[in-house]
Design a protein around this ligand. Structure first.
Ligand SMILES: [Zn+2]
Length: 483
């Protein structure tokens, strides 16, 4: 009995610290290409996706770079709407180069990322960002409740421990946590996506995915928490003979340069725009393997060009090619990881046209809201926002995605509400049975009492002398004491 009391107290305190709202964890693995699963480095993740729903790939946003895609995942908007148009850009109003920071993610402060929308929907809804790009900044003047800024020195398993502790926070239990892993991107750039190094990292990521599921199971959260695993983009290989130096075609001090391979931003100084455009067009014909766009020639399907941060001239390398900034990166990687660059060295690059298969990210999900052993057609990265809103039971803000494209991932709504209905029906049936039982008992008692009276009356009639004494006693009891 004592043990039962202790166990009940433990269970009560455990349930008490978990959020009452739907709980969602979104995990992003930077540059995990959709077909990396074919490398057989991720047996657990492959098994996990059979336990839930997956798409072969997602259609991500252009440019297929980290910050634009992570912010599209978080907001459901294309880069021309949320303004994170690259990993760096030149701001024509402030006349300065902007890199990762508050300003990059605040093109328009009315834009609400999913973690902010979650917290706006109720005072007991709390969000967390474990290194999610842009997650550490305030939006609408409010910081996210739980966050850890990017710090690659923090071990992956430790990050998961922290995420679980946020879910169980006694005062502010999180019901949405965005988690970011910087691999296989970081080492993929230096060693190429087909390297043994990337293979080993994929195995480690498989291990940390297993660890997350084990921790959820250990805490009894597997059936309470939906988990979405995804990536921002893929990666392809580029070798040094495919590095193109466009600087040699231009006069120094006539332009500014932003962006990075394979998308370069050219900001000509005043009066140089047409001259520079012509020089680069000629260079493109000589070198081949890259395209030159004036801002207005940029394809509309990228949903990229209609933003003041997009430069007057934009260069995009063909798949497998890059620009002179790669030569500088290669030098740094060789020094950092102690290897020699040769013509056959392979470096990892992403940022190309989002129609190129190697740029595709993956998607899989499992949990109480997610269909089991199910595959859906590829959908758009911007559709994820509607999916998050549906899982978290939030009213979506206006976005560029479509819920119809992701609806098939979720179990029917009635399924989610079945349990409370069953509880009410079972409760009502039990109550009716109890009332019937009480009525039966009362009826039986009345019948029995009636039978006793009848029997006594009959006996009195037949043997009156036997009951005279008790009749006198009964009469005495009815008389007042002072009578
Ligand atoms: Zn990335």
């Amino acid at each position: 009995m004592f043990l039962l009391v202790i166990l009940s107290c433990f269970l009560f305190s455990f349930v008490y610290t978990l959020s009452d709202h739907p709980i969602l964890i979104v995990v992003s693995y930077d540059a995990f290409r959709y077909n990396f699963f074919n490398k057989n480095a991720n047996p657990y993740m492959l098994k996990l996706r059979q336990h839930g729903t997956y798409a072969k790939y997602m259609n991500n946003v252009f440019p297929t770079k980290t910050f634009p895609n992570h912010h599209s995942i978080a907001t459901g908007l294309y880069p021309e709407s949320h303004g994170v148009i690259g990993n760096s850009y030149y701001d024509p109003v402030k006349k300065q180069l902007v890199k990762f920071g508050y300003e990059m993610f605040h093109y328009d402060d009315s834009i609400v990322p999913i973690w902010r929308l979650n917290e706006m929907a109720g005072r007991t809804r709390y969000s967390g960002s474990m290194m999610w790009p842009g997650g550490q900044f305030p939006y609408q003047g409010k910081n996210i409740t739980h966050y850890q800024e990017f710090n690659p020195a923090i071990r992956w398993h430790k990050r998961i421990d922290t995420v679980i502790s946020w879910l169980e926070d006694p005062e502010k239990p999180a019901n949405l946590v965005m988690v970011y892993f910087e691999e296989p991107d970081t080492h993929g750039h230096a060693f190429g996506p087909e390297s043994k190094t990337v293979f080993n990292l994929l195995q480690l990521l498989d291990n940390v995915t297993l660890y997350l599921e084990q921790q959820l199971e250990l805490k009894g959260l597997t059936e309470k928490v939906d988990v979405i695993h995804l990536s921002d983009h893929g990666m392809t290989s580029v070798c040094p003979p495919h590095f193109i130096d466009i600087k040699k075609y231009l006069q120094p001090d006539t332009y500014k340069l932003a962006g990075s391979t394979p998308g370069l931003h050219i900001i000509p100084n005043e009066a140089y725009e047409s001259e520079i455009y012509n020089l680069l067009t000629n260079a493109s014909e000589i070198e081949g393997h890259f395209k030159v766009y004036s801002k207005y020639e940029i394809p509309s399907r990228w949903r990229f060009k209609n933003n003041r941060r997009v430069p007057p001239i934009f260069l995009l390398a063909d798949e497998g090619y890059g620009f002179q900034d790669l030569a500088a990166n290669a030098k740094e990687y060789a020094k950092k990881y102690n290897f020699t660059v040769t013509d056959k060295s392979q470096f990892g690059v992403h940022g190309y046209d989002n129609l190129i298969p190697d740029m595709r990210p993956f998607f899989m999900a499992r949990g109480p809201s997610i269909k089991i052993n199910h595959e859906v057609s590829p959908f758009d990265t911007v559709d994820l926002f509607s999916l998050f809103c549906a899982v978290l039971k939030l009213k979506c803000t206006t976005n560029d995605g479509s819920f119809e494209n992701v609806e098939d991932i979720l179990l029917p709504e009635t399924g989610n509400n079945l349990l409370p209905i069953i509880v009410v029906i079972v409760g009502a049936v039990l109550l009716v049975l109890l009332l019937i039982l009480c009525a039966a008992v009362v009826t039986l008692l009345i019948i029995k009492r009636q039978q006793n009276i009848t029997t006594t009356a009959a006996l009195n009639k037949r043997f009156p002398q036997n009951f005279s004494h008790s009749n006198i006693e009964a009469k005495h009891l009815l008389e007042p004491e002072d009578a």
